[in-house]
Design a protein around this ligand. Structure first.
Ligand code: SF4
Length: 742
């Protein structure tokens, strides 16, 4: 739309966090003048947080890579794309030929979830490589929730989210949506929605070891011992049975296993779990009653409930509470979004399916089970270090920085140097990619088109939006989907020079002939004008739950209609979806999956264990998210944020000083941090933000290096995992703390 002589306005879905706000950018030629919220966006209605405007910094960042880098004699030099792909072919193929497919590993970080090219073509690369050594940031984050959702409802992404705009009561554990705007819950402007909820008489209760930004606006806040959520949740479930508060309502005929759950939680009375979780028994009973009696209520648990040793149990118990109180799949409760495309719970026969399986293979060294096609990322270092058949000798890393984001990054850093070959696809030369032999630059988000294939599946309201590329690619750089596809061609032995558009059509055609053999030719004809991610998106939308079925449903949607609609298409509030959503073999909600019933023996055994005297947890700031955001001047400015928050009683007890330095140690590992006295903290709990530690040699992130901070994950033990999901334990690690003299 023309604005004045030199400027024009364009729109883009923000790729910087899960809230996926609609942005409005004012451009002068190819220069970004300013960025603000897009008022007409059907989902975010003009909301923007401080990170949104930093997209300009990201696009203009002189440190952002714009050409392939090859390491020669220990130094990176710029090369052309043909040379880069030839180098990969020359070095990767012999490793796979000699040692087998598992010798090459893939690791992908969570920024990829915001890149439609990476999301749609990563599976192509993984299949071509044929390796079982697939790792991702999911096992540092949300894998427990995906596993519990899969076991209960039959697909990995059937995650129920609070229907906040119609809710009266929210119980939030281990989450800080005031800062995150939701995680596994896409809810831009949580602040405004929480305020509106309270204005109509609703109540929010937060359980967290820190009086977080969300706790500060809640009606009630309870401290909890980090990692002890499982005890509180079991106490709540036990109270529902004990006080005869269980009301499944409509879900009763669709649910298996209620009696097994009742029997399994019997011993976890509020009186027995109180000491372990740090919340008094009468409070636990009162919370259970309020939840049961609320008309429209939801329990929501997030990062703190996942990144701990009982992550899958906690994730499951959150939904057990929602089911037993009749709040699952009910208006104003925890409901299931229905995404317009790419949702496994809208495919196949409604109401039943094959469910999920895990442990189809195990990691070679620790024997950790495969979950969702992946192995725990904390197994990567040992898989590189340990000789034998299947040893990882080559690595392709994509949009990730596990040296900073995974526990014991020092070990992983040393292991990466042992590889025979490493290639990274990334926008920065960071703490992980510095180990690569070759770095292929990813795109600026403003150079890419975008359609959310992940976060629509967690959105509090159904919608479909699309963004065109806004700015031209520099240096003729290929889009990311083509980079992945060319790597797939190399891995398949088809050669670095293969016609990539033809290869794309070949793979798409093969998919179509498998899934819809009778209509394949007609569909290929109808999609012939598209290529790459757009072709996959168009196909998925038109055959999806709101789609026009290629003309059979003229009122249905397609990509053209979405592009034409200013601010996207609103598809309405979430609707009840059970039993249609279920893909379990029984066609029922499985409330008592055997794997989880069996795992209850761990908290039962730990019930009498004393909690450590001092533990550490992470925290997230509104001006941060991924580690590379520390290189964006708009976000990096302001007070120094990488401080350890310590309650005043602990400051005094440990002889620390506000503003002074302290050593934090866990076993043999230690870091030095600046102390900040804070009454926000639960006594006995210290909080340090994650993703810092930009003082390693060889990185090219000048702004981040000015104030590097310290890396919390140095303290964490890479052997500690939730045994079911393989998720790393990032929270509640026992520490010792002492002042650093001078
Ligand atoms: S809340 Fe997230 S999606 Fe919205 S503007 Fe901020 S960073 Fe972007």
């Amino acid at each position: 739309m023309p604005n004045d002589i030199n400027t024009h306005i364009v729109h883009r879905i923000c790729p910087l966090c899960e809230a996926c706000c609609g942005l409005e950018l004012k451009l002068d030629g190819n220069q970004i003048v300013n960025i603000r919220g897009h008022e007409a966006d059907v989902f975010s209605h003009g909301y923007i947080c401080p990170k949104g405007a930093s997209l300009k910094d990201l696009h203009n960042d002189p440190d952002r890579l714009r050409a392939p880098l090859l390491k020669r004699d220990g130094k990176f030099v710029e090369i052309g794309w043909d040379e880069a792909f030839a180098e990969i072919e020359r070095r990767l193929l012999p490793i796979v030929a000699q040692h087998g497919g598992d010798a090459a590993a893939l690791v992908i970080g969570n920024p990829a979830a915001h890149k439609v090219g990476l999301m749609t073509y990563f599976p192509r690369l993984a299949k071509a490589l044929g390796s079982r050594n697939i790792f991702s940031a999911s096992t540092l984050d949300q894998m427990p929730k995906q596993l519990s959702a899969g076991l209960m409802f039959g697909t990995w992404l059937s995650v129920a989210v609070p229907d906040i705009e119609r809710s009266d009561f929210l119980l939030i554990l281990g989450a800080n949506p005031m800062v995150s705007n939701g995680s596994l819950w896409t809810v831009p402007d949580f602040r405004g929605k929480a305020k509106a909820m309270r204005a109509r008489g609703g109540r929010i209760v937060v359980v967290d070891p820190r009086r977080s930004e969300t706790a500060a606006v809640a009606d009630e806040h309870h401290f909890i011992r980090p990692g002890a959520d499982v005890f509180l949740l079991l106490g709540l479930v036990q109270t529902l049975f004990d006080e005869k508060l269980v009301r499944l309502g409509r879900l009763a005929e669709h649910t298996n296993g209620v009696d097994q759950v009742a029997a399994a939680v019997q011993e976890f009375t509020p009186e027995r779990v109180a000491a372990r979780c740090g919340i008094a028994a009468p409070t636990i009973r009162a919370l259970a009653r309020e939840l049961a009696q609320a008309r429209h209520a939801a329990v929501y648990g997030r990062i703190g409930t996942c990144t701990q040793e009982y992550g899958t149990l906690c994730s499951w118990l959150v939904d057990v509470l929602n089911v037993l109180t009749g709040h699952l799949d009910a208006e104003g409760g925890a409901m299931f979004p229905k995404a317009a495309a790419f949702a496994a719970n809208t495919l196949g026969k409604p109401g039943s399916g094959r469910g999920i399986v895990t442990a189809r293979h195990k990691s070679r060294v620790s024997g950790a089970p495969e979950v969702m096609g992946e192995l725990p990322i904390t197994c990567l270092a040992e898989e590189i270090e340990t000789p034998g058949q299947g040893q990882v000798r080559a690595l392709i890393s994509i949009a990730g920085n596990p040296v900073l984001s995974a526990p014991n990054g020092e070990r992983l850093s040393a292991a990466l140097d042992m590889l025979d070959f490493m290639v990274s696809i990334d926008i920065y030369l960071n703490e992980t990619t510095r180990h690569a032999d070759l770095i292929l630059p990813g795109s600026s988000p403003l150079e890419d088109s975008h359609y959310d294939i992940v976060f629509q599946q967690f959105s509090h309201r159904n919608h479909a939006r699309y963004s065109d590329p806004i700015l031209p690619r520099v240096n003729g750089n290929p889009p990311e989907w083509q980079i992945l596809l060319r790597l797939a061609a190399i891995a398949q032995g088809r050669g670095a020079q293969l016609d990539i558009e033809a290869f794309d059509t070949e793979l798409f055609t093969a998919d179509l002939r498998r899934s819809a053999p009778a209509q394949a030719d007609a569909l290929l004809g109808a999609l012939a004008h598209l290529t790459g991610p757009e072709r996959q998106i168009e196909f998925s939308i038109r055959t999806g739950p709101y789609g026009d079925m290629f003309g059979q449903k003229p009122d249905g949607i397609n990509l053209g209609k979405i592009k034409a609609a200013q601010g996207g298409i609103d598809l309405g509030p979430m609707q009840a979806r059970i039993p249609e959503l279920l893909r379990t073999p029984s066609g029922k909600i499985e409330l008592a999956p055997p794997m989880l019933m069996d795992d209850l023996k761990r908290p039962a055994a730990a019930l009498k264990e004393a909690a450590p005297e001092l533990v550490i947890v992470g925290r997230r700031h509104v001006r941060s998210g991924n580690s590379w955001m520390h290189n964006l001047p708009t976000l990096a400015k302001g007070p120094y944020r990488c401080t350890a928050l310590v309650h005043s009683s602990d400051v005094q007890r440990l002889g620390l000083h506000d503003g002074g330095m302290a050593q934090v140690a866990s076993g043999a590992r230690s870091i030095e941090v600046r102390v900040e006295t804070s009454e926000e903290m639960m006594p006995g709990v210290v909080s340090l933000p994650h993703g810092w530690g930009h003082d390693l040699s060889g990185i090219r992130m000048a702004v981040a290096a000015e104030r590097p901070g310290v890396n919390l994950n140095v303290l964490l033990d890479d052997a500690l995992r939730d045994p079911l999901s393989g998720n790393a334990v990032l929270s509640g690690i026992a520490i010792e703390m002492r002042p650093v003299q001078g």
